[in-house]
Design a protein around this ligand. Sequence first.
Ligand code: NAD
Ligand code: UFG
Length: 336
Amino acid sequence: MNILVTGGAGYIGSHTCVSLLETGHTVVVADNLCNSRADTLDRVKQITGKDVIFSRIDVTDEAAVNSLFADYSFDGVIHFAGHKAVGESVAKPLKYYRNNIISTIVLAEACQRYGVKRFVFSSSATVYGDNEVPFVESMPLLPATNPYGETKAVCERILIDAAKANPDWSVALLRYFNPVGAHESGLIGDAPDGIPNNLMPYITQVAKGKLDKLRIFGDDYPTVDGTGVRDYIHVMDLAEGHVAALDKLTSGVHVYNLGTGQGTSVLQLVKAFEDANGMKLSCAIVARRPGDIAECYANASKAKRELGWVAKRDLLEMCRDAWRFEKNFMGSCLHS
Ligand code: NAD
Ligand code: UFG
């Protein structure tokens, strides 16, 4: 299939381009590079030996999106493009609502206009809110605790309604848990701008000596050891989940958790990182981070049952691959 990948120069998008190309799909990336660099796509080509067409456009720009759809005959769209920093979304909610929601509407309208019937959307486990674990797709969603999460819930709603009005559409709403790690080549990975918000890139930067110590946000949660529990999933497993969704989708809207189903605490992840890479990390327990929940992990059985997809890579692989990317590449390829 010929797939439009919006946000394909970003972290999850670039890994998904690798999976798509390796399974015989062709890829056109639309990205405005607001949180990525074009040379990531050169490394995607290096890994796969295949070409990627790149269009530097803003996918909220209706004219630019229409002209892309007119130029290429797409069989489907995977929509990754969006802003994703939870804290920034609280400070700049309009920036988040504008980018994340308008891009989804513009792309869905273009699909309607140009007869493109497959749409895969990057949603997030954040739409479950502080529900009971494990999170299962059929649960009623709780209100998001921040504008970023709200944009994901709104986009899901928009796509559900658009699919109702277009019964021949196949839409996948993929709720990601916590993507970590990098392609095993170490050529592409998570390259956050400035000080990372997320745990794994923070850990790799402490390991490299860029940051002095990991601050662990709270050790008094009702969890196995008091620290927050998340469902970490290797980004290549996540990427393969997109290919499975694209290949297996039938008409209608289908919601899938993409997680491992395993909860891991902050202290357990730190230990796994130390064991995987033979090093010791400097850590300090500090106060809870506002807005964090105690536990978040998936019931991942629906994706297994309906898509034949399961996450295969374990925590040690996630830690090894995250460190390989940081060690080899991050010095030279940080965002400006
Ligand atoms: P990322 O920032 O690395 O990638 C997003 C890409 O979209 C970037 O390359 C950016 O330049 C591009 N982009 C943003 N707005 C654009 C626009 N208007 N037009 C064109 N390009 C635009 O983020 P990521 O981690 O790869 O996340 C991809 C998607 O997955 C996002 O929608 C994010 O909300 C969602 N998600 C991510 C996580 C996570 O932990 N990384 C978890 C759940 C959901
Ligand atoms: N944590 C620390 N220290 C840090 C960073 C994080 O102790 O420096 C802890 C957090 O308190 C939490 C865990 O590590 O317990 C994971 O935190 P992340 O920031 O890596 O991830 P979150 O689960 O908070 O959020 C991520 C994405 C969101 C997405 C959500 C749900 O950043 O965009 O997963 O899938 F919505």
